[in-house]
Design a protein around this ligand. Structure first.
Ligand code: ASP
Length: 330
Protein backbone atom coordinates (compact mmCIF):
# COMPACT_ATOMS: atom_id res chain seq x y z
CA UNK A 1 0.00 0.00 0.00
CA UNK A 2 1.55 3.31 -1.10
CA UNK A 3 1.44 6.61 0.74
CA UNK A 4 -2.11 7.88 1.26
CA UNK A 5 -3.06 11.53 0.79
CA UNK A 6 -5.45 13.08 3.31
CA UNK A 7 -6.85 16.61 3.11
CA UNK A 8 -7.05 18.52 6.40
CA UNK A 9 -9.53 21.37 6.64
CA UNK A 10 -9.80 23.38 9.85
CA UNK A 11 -12.90 25.39 10.74
CA UNK A 12 -12.09 26.58 14.30
CA UNK A 13 -13.88 25.36 17.45
CA UNK A 14 -12.50 24.46 20.88
CA UNK A 15 -9.81 22.31 19.27
CA UNK A 16 -8.35 25.52 17.76
CA UNK A 17 -8.84 27.88 20.71
CA UNK A 18 -6.32 29.83 22.76
CA UNK A 19 -6.60 32.24 25.67
CA UNK A 20 -7.73 35.70 24.64
CA UNK A 21 -6.54 38.50 26.97
CA UNK A 22 -9.27 40.84 25.72
CA UNK A 23 -12.18 38.64 26.84
CA UNK A 24 -10.50 36.42 29.44
CA UNK A 25 -11.96 33.40 27.64
CA UNK A 26 -10.71 31.12 24.89
CA UNK A 27 -11.43 31.96 21.25
CA UNK A 28 -10.68 30.21 17.95
CA UNK A 29 -7.22 31.36 16.83
CA UNK A 30 -5.06 28.38 15.80
CA UNK A 31 -4.45 27.56 12.15
CA UNK A 32 -4.60 24.09 10.64
CA UNK A 33 -0.79 24.08 10.63
CA UNK A 34 -0.73 24.94 14.36
CA UNK A 35 -3.09 22.04 15.07
CA UNK A 36 -0.95 19.55 13.17
CA UNK A 37 2.26 20.83 14.76
CA UNK A 38 0.85 19.75 18.14
CA UNK A 39 0.65 16.12 16.95
CA UNK A 40 4.22 14.89 16.32
CA UNK A 41 2.92 11.31 16.07
CA UNK A 42 1.50 12.18 12.64
CA UNK A 43 5.04 12.01 11.30
CA UNK A 44 5.06 8.29 12.00
CA UNK A 45 2.11 7.68 9.67
CA UNK A 46 2.55 6.93 5.98
CA UNK A 47 0.19 9.77 5.06
CA UNK A 48 0.73 12.93 3.04
CA UNK A 49 -1.29 15.77 4.58
CA UNK A 50 -2.72 18.47 2.28
CA UNK A 51 -3.61 21.32 4.59
CA UNK A 52 -6.31 24.00 4.13
CA UNK A 53 -6.79 26.65 6.79
CA UNK A 54 -10.47 27.14 6.08
CA UNK A 55 -12.24 29.14 8.83
CA UNK A 56 -11.56 30.14 12.46
CA UNK A 57 -15.06 30.22 13.90
CA UNK A 58 -16.92 28.90 16.92
CA UNK A 59 -19.06 26.18 15.37
CA UNK A 60 -22.28 27.92 16.44
CA UNK A 61 -21.46 30.59 13.86
CA UNK A 62 -20.85 28.28 10.91
CA UNK A 63 -23.41 28.98 8.21
CA UNK A 64 -24.72 27.24 5.11
CA UNK A 65 -22.41 29.39 2.96
CA UNK A 66 -19.38 28.10 4.91
CA UNK A 67 -20.58 24.51 4.61
CA UNK A 68 -21.35 24.83 0.93
CA UNK A 69 -17.81 26.14 0.37
CA UNK A 70 -16.47 23.29 2.54
CA UNK A 71 -18.35 20.66 0.51
CA UNK A 72 -16.91 22.17 -2.69
CA UNK A 73 -13.38 22.17 -1.22
CA UNK A 74 -13.75 18.52 -0.20
CA UNK A 75 -14.99 17.56 -3.66
CA UNK A 76 -11.98 19.33 -5.16
CA UNK A 77 -9.59 17.54 -2.76
CA UNK A 78 -11.04 14.17 -3.81
CA UNK A 79 -10.85 15.11 -7.51
CA UNK A 80 -7.19 15.90 -7.01
CA UNK A 81 -6.51 12.45 -5.56
CA UNK A 82 -6.99 12.61 -1.78
CA UNK A 83 -7.93 9.24 -0.31
CA UNK A 84 -9.83 10.79 2.56
CA UNK A 85 -10.30 14.05 4.46
CA UNK A 86 -10.27 15.32 8.03
CA UNK A 87 -12.39 18.30 9.05
CA UNK A 88 -11.61 19.85 12.44
CA UNK A 89 -14.31 22.01 14.00
CA UNK A 90 -16.27 22.86 17.12
CA UNK A 91 -18.19 20.05 18.72
CA UNK A 92 -21.36 22.10 19.23
CA UNK A 93 -22.57 21.55 15.67
CA UNK A 94 -20.42 18.60 14.61
CA UNK A 95 -23.44 16.24 14.44
CA UNK A 96 -25.09 18.60 11.95
CA UNK A 97 -22.05 19.48 9.84
CA UNK A 98 -21.06 15.84 9.50
CA UNK A 99 -24.54 14.81 8.37
CA UNK A 100 -24.74 17.64 5.85
CA UNK A 101 -21.37 16.63 4.40
CA UNK A 102 -22.54 13.01 4.33
CA UNK A 103 -25.63 13.93 2.32
CA UNK A 104 -23.56 15.85 -0.22
CA UNK A 105 -20.74 13.29 -0.70
CA UNK A 106 -21.48 10.38 -3.03
CA UNK A 107 -17.81 9.33 -3.20
CA UNK A 108 -16.02 6.46 -1.49
CA UNK A 109 -13.44 8.59 0.33
CA UNK A 110 -14.16 8.93 4.06
CA UNK A 111 -14.73 12.40 5.50
CA UNK A 112 -13.72 12.28 9.17
CA UNK A 113 -14.97 15.15 11.30
CA UNK A 114 -13.33 15.71 14.65
CA UNK A 115 -12.95 18.29 17.38
CA UNK A 116 -12.10 18.51 21.06
CA UNK A 117 -13.99 18.81 24.31
CA UNK A 118 -10.99 20.23 26.22
CA UNK A 119 -9.31 23.28 24.72
CA UNK A 120 -5.52 23.33 24.23
CA UNK A 121 -4.92 25.35 27.43
CA UNK A 122 -6.41 22.59 29.64
CA UNK A 123 -4.67 19.55 31.14
CA UNK A 124 -5.50 16.47 29.10
CA UNK A 125 -6.54 18.42 26.00
CA UNK A 126 -8.02 15.82 23.65
CA UNK A 127 -7.50 17.63 20.33
CA UNK A 128 -4.11 16.10 19.40
CA UNK A 129 -5.26 12.51 20.07
CA UNK A 130 -8.46 13.13 18.12
CA UNK A 131 -6.55 14.56 15.14
CA UNK A 132 -4.19 11.58 15.16
CA UNK A 133 -7.11 9.14 15.22
CA UNK A 134 -8.98 11.11 12.55
CA UNK A 135 -6.05 11.02 10.12
CA UNK A 136 -5.70 7.26 10.60
CA UNK A 137 -9.43 6.85 10.01
CA UNK A 138 -9.41 9.05 6.91
CA UNK A 139 -6.69 6.89 5.34
CA UNK A 140 -8.22 3.57 6.44
CA UNK A 141 -9.48 1.23 3.70
CA UNK A 142 -12.08 -0.07 6.19
CA UNK A 143 -13.89 3.28 6.03
CA UNK A 144 -14.10 3.57 2.25
CA UNK A 145 -17.77 4.04 1.46
CA UNK A 146 -18.61 5.16 5.01
CA UNK A 147 -19.38 8.73 3.93
CA UNK A 148 -18.90 11.21 6.75
CA UNK A 149 -18.06 9.92 10.22
CA UNK A 150 -17.33 11.63 13.52
CA UNK A 151 -14.24 10.44 15.41
CA UNK A 152 -13.65 11.52 19.00
CA UNK A 153 -12.28 9.58 21.95
CA UNK A 154 -11.21 6.78 19.58
CA UNK A 155 -14.82 6.02 18.69
CA UNK A 156 -16.11 6.15 15.12
CA UNK A 157 -19.73 7.28 14.70
CA UNK A 158 -21.81 7.47 11.53
CA UNK A 159 -22.80 11.05 10.74
CA UNK A 160 -26.42 9.91 10.42
CA UNK A 161 -26.62 8.63 14.01
CA UNK A 162 -24.15 10.64 16.08
CA UNK A 163 -25.27 13.03 18.83
CA UNK A 164 -23.45 15.29 21.24
CA UNK A 165 -24.88 13.78 24.40
CA UNK A 166 -23.08 15.67 27.16
CA UNK A 167 -22.09 19.32 27.43
CA UNK A 168 -18.60 18.81 28.90
CA UNK A 169 -17.60 15.14 29.08
CA UNK A 170 -14.63 14.09 26.92
CA UNK A 171 -16.83 11.09 26.04
CA UNK A 172 -19.68 13.32 24.87
CA UNK A 173 -20.42 11.62 21.55
CA UNK A 174 -22.83 8.72 21.24
CA UNK A 175 -25.02 7.09 18.64
CA UNK A 176 -28.02 6.40 20.88
CA UNK A 177 -29.91 4.10 18.50
CA UNK A 178 -27.04 2.06 17.09
CA UNK A 179 -23.84 2.55 19.05
CA UNK A 180 -20.60 3.48 17.28
CA UNK A 181 -19.59 2.00 13.91
CA UNK A 182 -16.29 0.99 15.44
CA UNK A 183 -13.21 2.08 17.34
CA UNK A 184 -9.50 2.70 16.87
CA UNK A 185 -7.05 0.42 18.67
CA UNK A 186 -3.26 0.51 18.31
CA UNK A 187 -3.53 2.89 15.39
CA UNK A 188 -5.99 0.79 13.39
CA UNK A 189 -9.67 0.98 12.58
CA UNK A 190 -11.87 -1.87 13.81
CA UNK A 191 -15.49 -1.86 12.67
CA UNK A 192 -18.18 -3.60 14.69
CA UNK A 193 -19.98 -4.77 11.55
CA UNK A 194 -20.52 -4.07 7.86
CA UNK A 195 -21.15 -0.45 6.83
CA UNK A 196 -24.80 0.40 6.22
CA UNK A 197 -25.92 1.61 2.78
CA UNK A 198 -26.08 5.42 2.49
CA UNK A 199 -28.38 7.73 0.57
CA UNK A 200 -26.76 10.88 -0.80
CA UNK A 201 -28.21 13.94 -2.52
CA UNK A 202 -25.29 15.61 -4.25
CA UNK A 203 -26.53 18.27 -6.61
CA UNK A 204 -26.77 22.02 -6.84
CA UNK A 205 -25.13 23.88 -4.00
CA UNK A 206 -27.03 24.44 -0.77
CA UNK A 207 -29.52 27.31 -0.97
CA UNK A 208 -28.37 29.24 2.08
CA UNK A 209 -31.43 31.48 2.06
CA UNK A 210 -33.97 28.64 2.43
CA UNK A 211 -35.50 28.88 5.88
CA UNK A 212 -36.25 25.53 7.43
CA UNK A 213 -37.77 25.99 10.87
CA UNK A 214 -37.49 23.51 13.71
CA UNK A 215 -40.28 23.67 16.28
CA UNK A 216 -40.31 21.53 19.39
CA UNK A 217 -43.61 20.36 20.91
CA UNK A 218 -43.84 21.11 24.64
CA UNK A 219 -46.45 20.59 27.32
CA UNK A 220 -49.38 23.00 27.23
CA UNK A 221 -48.41 24.78 23.97
CA UNK A 222 -51.54 26.09 22.21
CA UNK A 223 -49.95 26.34 18.75
CA UNK A 224 -50.00 30.17 18.41
CA UNK A 225 -46.20 30.44 18.27
CA UNK A 226 -46.03 27.53 15.86
CA UNK A 227 -48.49 29.30 13.53
CA UNK A 228 -46.39 32.47 13.58
CA UNK A 229 -43.24 30.53 12.84
CA UNK A 230 -44.73 28.40 10.07
CA UNK A 231 -45.67 31.59 8.18
CA UNK A 232 -41.99 32.54 7.95
CA UNK A 233 -40.70 29.14 6.76
CA UNK A 234 -39.97 27.52 3.38
CA UNK A 235 -39.98 24.16 5.14
CA UNK A 236 -40.70 23.05 8.69
CA UNK A 237 -39.64 20.20 10.95
CA UNK A 238 -41.74 19.46 14.03
CA UNK A 239 -39.88 17.76 16.87
CA UNK A 240 -42.95 16.03 18.25
CA UNK A 241 -43.43 14.10 21.48
CA UNK A 242 -42.51 10.40 21.51
CA UNK A 243 -43.40 8.51 18.33
CA UNK A 244 -44.78 11.64 16.61
CA UNK A 245 -47.48 13.28 18.75
CA UNK A 246 -48.41 16.96 19.12
CA UNK A 247 -51.03 18.88 21.15
CA UNK A 248 -54.44 18.97 19.45
CA UNK A 249 -54.05 22.74 19.00
CA UNK A 250 -51.21 22.13 16.52
CA UNK A 251 -53.28 20.01 14.15
CA UNK A 252 -55.03 22.68 12.06
CA UNK A 253 -51.87 24.80 11.99
CA UNK A 254 -49.77 21.91 10.71
CA UNK A 255 -52.37 20.84 8.15
CA UNK A 256 -52.49 24.40 6.78
CA UNK A 257 -48.70 24.62 6.70
CA UNK A 258 -48.36 21.23 4.98
CA UNK A 259 -50.61 22.44 2.16
CA UNK A 260 -48.09 25.24 1.46
CA UNK A 261 -44.63 23.94 2.40
CA UNK A 262 -43.06 20.56 3.23
CA UNK A 263 -43.60 19.76 6.91
CA UNK A 264 -41.62 16.87 8.39
CA UNK A 265 -42.76 14.99 11.48
CA UNK A 266 -39.74 14.05 13.63
CA UNK A 267 -39.42 13.22 17.31
CA UNK A 268 -37.88 15.32 20.07
CA UNK A 269 -36.55 12.12 21.70
CA UNK A 270 -33.50 11.70 19.44
CA UNK A 271 -33.54 7.91 19.62
CA UNK A 272 -35.97 5.63 17.76
CA UNK A 273 -38.38 6.20 14.88
CA UNK A 274 -41.49 8.24 14.34
CA UNK A 275 -44.25 5.65 13.86
CA UNK A 276 -46.88 5.67 11.12
CA UNK A 277 -49.89 3.60 12.05
CA UNK A 278 -50.32 2.96 15.76
CA UNK A 279 -52.16 5.91 17.34
CA UNK A 280 -55.32 7.45 15.91
CA UNK A 281 -56.19 10.50 18.06
CA UNK A 282 -56.07 14.08 16.76
CA UNK A 283 -52.40 15.05 16.81
CA UNK A 284 -51.15 11.46 16.61
CA UNK A 285 -48.61 10.30 14.02
CA UNK A 286 -51.35 8.56 11.97
CA UNK A 287 -53.52 11.68 12.00
CA UNK A 288 -50.69 14.06 11.08
CA UNK A 289 -49.35 11.90 8.25
CA UNK A 290 -52.90 11.69 6.81
CA UNK A 291 -52.97 15.51 6.87
CA UNK A 292 -49.92 15.77 4.63
CA UNK A 293 -46.93 15.74 6.98
CA UNK A 294 -43.85 13.82 5.83
CA UNK A 295 -42.57 11.07 8.10
CA UNK A 296 -39.10 11.80 9.51
CA UNK A 297 -38.51 8.08 10.17
CA UNK A 298 -35.37 7.36 12.17
CA UNK A 299 -33.70 10.72 11.54
CA UNK A 300 -33.51 12.98 14.56
CA UNK A 301 -35.06 16.42 14.20
CA UNK A 302 -31.74 18.24 13.63
CA UNK A 303 -30.73 15.90 10.85
CA UNK A 304 -34.24 15.94 9.35
CA UNK A 305 -33.93 19.72 9.14
CA UNK A 306 -30.68 19.42 7.18
CA UNK A 307 -32.07 16.84 4.77
CA UNK A 308 -35.08 19.08 4.17
CA UNK A 309 -32.77 22.05 3.61
CA UNK A 310 -30.79 20.16 0.96
CA UNK A 311 -33.95 18.92 -0.79
CA UNK A 312 -35.46 22.42 -0.82
CA UNK A 313 -32.24 23.78 -2.29
CA UNK A 314 -32.50 21.21 -5.05
CA UNK A 315 -36.06 22.29 -5.85
CA UNK A 316 -37.70 18.95 -4.99
CA UNK A 317 -41.49 19.00 -4.80
CA UNK A 318 -43.51 17.57 -1.90
CA UNK A 319 -43.75 14.02 -3.29
CA UNK A 320 -40.05 13.91 -4.19
CA UNK A 321 -39.25 15.18 -0.70
CA UNK A 322 -41.40 12.47 0.89
CA UNK A 323 -39.73 9.83 -1.31
CA UNK A 324 -36.27 11.13 -0.34
CA UNK A 325 -37.17 10.94 3.35
CA UNK A 326 -38.47 7.40 2.91
CA UNK A 327 -35.09 6.44 1.42
CA UNK A 328 -32.76 8.36 3.73
CA UNK A 329 -34.59 8.06 7.04
CA UNK A 330 -35.56 4.41 7.15
N1 ASP B 1 -17.57 24.06 22.79
C1 ASP B 1 -17.41 24.01 21.40
C2 ASP B 1 -16.40 22.97 20.96
O1 ASP B 1 -16.37 21.93 21.56
C3 ASP B 1 -17.22 25.31 20.74
C4 ASP B 1 -17.59 25.16 19.29
O2 ASP B 1 -18.38 24.30 18.95
O3 ASP B 1 -17.04 25.92 18.48
O4 ASP B 1 -15.64 23.11 20.06
Amino acid sequence: MGTKAVAILSLGGTIAMTADPATGGVVPALSAHDLLAAVPALQGLDVELRVHDFRRLPSASLGFDDLSALADALAEAFRSGCDGAVVTQGTDTIEETAYLLDLLHPGEQPIVVTGAMRNPTLPGADGPANIHAAVIAAAAPELRGAGAVVVLGEEIHAARTVRKSHTTSPAAFTSPATGPLGRLYEGRVHLHGPLAARTTFAGPTIRAAARVGLYTATLGDDGALLAAMAEACDGLVVAAFGVGHVPEGFVAVLERAAARIPVVLASRIGNGPVLEGTYGFAGSEKDLLARGLIRGGHLDAYKARLLLHVLLGQGRNRDETAAAFALAAH
